[in-house]
Design a protein around this ligand. Sequence first.
Ligand code: HEC
Ligand code: HEC
Ligand code: HEC
Length: 229
Amino acid sequence: MHVDIVEQGVNREDRFEINHHGYRFSQSRCYRESKGELACISCHDPHVKPESTAFRLSVGKVCTGCHEDAADAHAPETDLFRRGACVTCHMPRRRTSDVIHVTMTDHRIARGPFDLDALIQPMEKNNLVITAVGLLELGDPPEGSEADAYRAIAALRSGRNMEAAQGELERALQDVQFPGNGPYVDLATSQFNAGQYRASETTARRIIAGGENLRPAYTVLGTSLLAQG
Ligand code: HEC
Ligand code: HEC
Ligand code: HEC
């Protein structure tokens, strides 16, 4: 299942995460308005991390291939512009909101101007609050309570809004019978982590009665019994 989240206080389009390249690149006017001429491989092999000043400067030639008259919009005597360091300004390095110890190269080629220093400022902690989870329309996404269960599991596995997500999963599992025990393992683990040892014990016993996914279920059962003395 492919999921996407809605983050409190942040527009979807403005989100900048470590796994952003496809999302952000597809927001670029360069990509959207060049009718298929610009692709990941126009600049580099996306499976090999490009990292050198020479590479960054070489991208300037890709830019000017389509923007011959870019000089008109700039003070062309600016050192960065002259050297072809287009990416320094238009694909700035930016701190990712989910993995706050690193900076990445924003693949939305945007107009700017950007406050380049502000984009890389250290972050104390990740304040992400998930307000909704959506299933992407890839393959054949489920509907109704089954979809609700997947959304709740995604939120649970992200480690955010655990209480609301657990309640949602409990509700969804009353309505729908899953073929495997996967969702019950998520539920049991969440109940255990919330200190609800009786509930996690009950869910673990239920999984064991179903005869699948036994190893995590026995772990939850054992630790739940231990926690209850
Ligand atoms: C395959 C052609 C192509 C390439 C390569 C390309 N662009 Fe673009 N770019 C476009 C098109 C088309 C637009 C839409 C507006 C226009 O026609 O100028 C655009 C728009 C822009 C804009 C305006 C963005 C906005 O949101 O208003 C900027 C800035 C820009 N490009 C910079 C760059 C830079 C920097 C590079 C290299 C990193 C680059 N472009 C590479 C085709 C391209
Ligand atoms: C217009 C040129 C351009 C295109 C098109 C492009 N990249 Fe990049 N990519 C760069 C630049 C510039 C860097 C930073 C290199 C450096 O740090 O020296 C980079 C870095 C990366 C990195 C290393 C991590 C980071 O963000 O710094 C990954 C991964 C990556 N690109 C994936 C992709 C994927 C996937 C696509 C297609 C969705 C793509 N790139 C399309 C120019 C491009
Ligand atoms: C020092 C930062 C900086 C560098 C380096 C830079 N740009 Fe820009 N560029 C800007 C800013 C800021 C704007 C927005 C200007 C505006 O809105 O008036 C811009 C605007 C543009 C536009 C939009 C022009 C328009 O009329 O819509 C294009 C295209 C562009 N740049 C391409 C490039 C290319 C190609 C390079 C490298 C050869 C480059 N830029 C280097 C800062 C930079």
